[in-house]
Write a protein of this length. Structure first.
Length: 161
């Protein structure tokens, strides 16, 4: 199983690629896509799609993990995130990927043991689980790692390498 976890965003989109091999988990890739706010919405959606289409092919992804959206203070942002999620649904269909979605509470519970954990607590645990990983510049990366881990841990007998 090779899973791509994505924390979508229109300025930064975090991602991580984890491979489950037997009972071990290996971090293959992680980072973030930067999209300039000066670019049109259509252009940014295209960049987002193309980036993750390439990651799926590059790493031979079998599963895609996403966080379910929640309506925060800005309904416009919630709506725009739907465009990015639609692109990911399309990619999952195109590449015949297993799609996993988790609530923010479920991800935090899975990674930290506490469903109301802060972003900082999630990042701290993720960095402890991957000690060779330097602290990323953006929390979007540790968020994406948490999403990927949640997807892997739904399958029993998975350990980190």
């Amino acid at each position: 199983m090779i899973i791509l976890g994505i924390d979508p965003g229109f300025h930064y989109a975090g991602f991580s690629v984890l491979k489950k091999d037997q009972r071990q988990v290996v971090l293959l890739d992680c980072g973030y896509l930067t999209m300039s706010p000066s670019k049109s919405l259509v252009t940014r959606i295209g960049l987002f799609h193309d980036c993750f289409d390439a990651k799926i092919v590059q790493w031979n992804i079998s599963d895609l993990a996403l966080e379910t959206p929640f309506l925060g203070k800005n309904a416009q942002n919630f709506l725009k995130l739907g465009y990015l999620r639609g692109a990911l649904y399309l990619l999952a269909n195109k590449h015949k990927l297993n799609l996993h979605e988790f609530s923010p509470r479920e991800i935090k519970q899975s990674v930290t043991g506490y469903g109301a954990a802060s972003k900082e607590q999630v990042a701290r645990v993720v960095l402890q689980l991957f000690p060779k990983l330097e602290k990323p510049k953006k929390e979007d990366v540790t968020d994406a790692l948490a999403v990927s881990l949640c997807g892997l841990w739904r399958n029993k007998n998975t350990y980190l390498v």
